[in-house]
Design a protein around this ligand. Structure first.
Ligand code: PHE
Length: 400
């Protein structure tokens, strides 16, 4: 990992995480109530002892196609919030309001609007999928409330998002380049077929960034194929792959499609490596892909086996609370709260404008997925890890 320097804010946040572990995770029991067909959940307690209340709106895929990502984000967020709320020295209590965007773009727009207009969130985190974040940026802009995505990697989110939109993970130019270089150097691939999830900005952006880097390095994308997220029969695609017979296949999709695509390709005898991005990251991939999914590398934000002290502390706290190890999504959910809390602490008040200004100057915050310093373009520079699919779980390959 790059820069592992400890800032004071980091010490603050991480000592809190330790505190929560020791005390069996303090903080209020989440109370669920429903609203407008979506789930609304509050975490935290009533403000006390001169503290101000920071209302964080969470626009997440709690149900729908990629519900495991929304649910895991929530778990990471709740863990960080409980730690901060258990700390007597924290200047605020965090109240998280959750809105379910149903894994759909229109619902994401409605969700962020509701979080800001009705729930009066002073800052919004989310969403996970790039299409959902792209649908939300105009609302953040119009309402003048900062939005911080923890996981959406499409480059246009920050480029088009303007003053109020921030990202705390690497983007698709970065991961596309990372995997193109891996294909060229480590796999010695000369030819590749790129397979896009049509209509998914994440997948389309990753095909473009991979292709640019792969071809600049002397490789050739010999064909571009497409599927749609609703598809489940990939026989035509598999036939095309077998005919083209490339050295590798670039498959920057989401796990619900990636699992069946690789499974069907292997069943038909296609044995070349598939390469992917962070969208492969979910344990569901192994249920959908079966054991034949083994041996395919992908780029990710986080390795749960990392021996770094901060990562170990997080993994232990998470496992203690939820009974299983975290994936990248939970780690990023945890991280976004550390970043927002740092900004709110320096802002000194629950005010969207002041928090937005403080987000611009986030510096050296140590998070689970690396150090965070906000750039002028509202982007951070974070390291990547290369994982590979095993038979039932990811296997660590190397750090960037
Ligand atoms: N980066 C993906 C997107 O923008 C979301 C994602 C992040 C998925 C991290 C898995 C892990 O759509």
């Amino acid at each position: 990992m790059t820069q592992r320097s400890l800032g004071t804010h980091l010490l603050f946040a991480l000592s809190l995480a330790g505190l929560a572990v020791l005390s069996g995770c303090g903080g209020g029991k989440p109370a669920e109530k429903s609203g407008a067909g979506k789930t609304e959940t509050k975490t935290g307690e009533a403000p006390a002892g001169g503290k101000f209340t920071l209302t964080i709106g969470c626009n997440l895929e709690l149900t729908g196609d990629v519900a495991p990502w929304g649910q895991d984000s929530k778990k990471g967020i709740d863990l960080a919030v409980e730690a901060i709320n258990a700390d007597p020295k924290s200047p605020f209590k965090i109240e998280c309001i959750y809105e379910d965007n149903l894994s759909q773009a229109d619902a994401s727009k409605a969700a962020i609007r509701k979080l800001i207009q009705q729930s009066k969130a002073q800052v919004v985190v989310g969403s996970v999928g790039s299409n959902r974040s792209l649908a939300a940026i105009d609302v953040a802009k119009d309402e003048r409330v900062p939005m911080v995505t923890h996981a959406s990697t499409n480059v246009d989110i920050t480029r088009k998002g303007g003053e109020y939109v921030f990202r705390i993970c690497f983007d698709d130019d970065f991961q596309g380049q990372f995997m193109a270089r891996y294909a060229l150097k480590d796999l010695q691939a000369k030819t590749c077929v790129a397979v896009v999830d049509k209509g998914n900005a994440y997948s389309e952006g990753l095909v473009a960034s991979f292709k640019k880097e792969f071809e600049a390095g002397g490789g050739k994308v010999i064909a571009e194929e497409a599927y749609q997220s609703k598809d489940n029969d990939f026989q035509t695609l598999v036939t095309k792959l077998r005919t083209a017979n490339p050295d590798c296949v670039w498959l920057p999709g989401y796990f619900p499609n990636v699992g069946p695509i690789i499974k069907q390709a292997r069943a038909a005898g296609f044995q070349k490596k598939f390469l992917g991005g962070d969208g492969w990251d979910d344990e569901e991939l192994y249920k959908l892909g079966g054991p034949s999914i083994k041996g395919n590398p992908f780029c990710n934000h986080f390795d749960k086996g990392d021996t770094n002290a901060k990562v170990k502390e997080f993994v232990e706290a998470y496992e203690k609370k939820y009974g299983k190890k975290p994936g990248a999504m939970a780690a990023l959910g945890y991280d976004v709260i550390l970043v927002v809390a740092d900004a709110a602490k320096r802002a000194g008040k629950a005010d969207p404008e002041a928090i937005k200004d403080a987000l611009k100057t986030v510096k050296d915050i140590e998070t689970v997925c690396g150090a965070v310093t906000m750039g002028a373009d509202h982007e951070v520079t974070k390291p990547a890890v290369l994982l590979e699919t095993g038979e039932t779980d990811h296997v660590f390959m190397k750090r960037q």
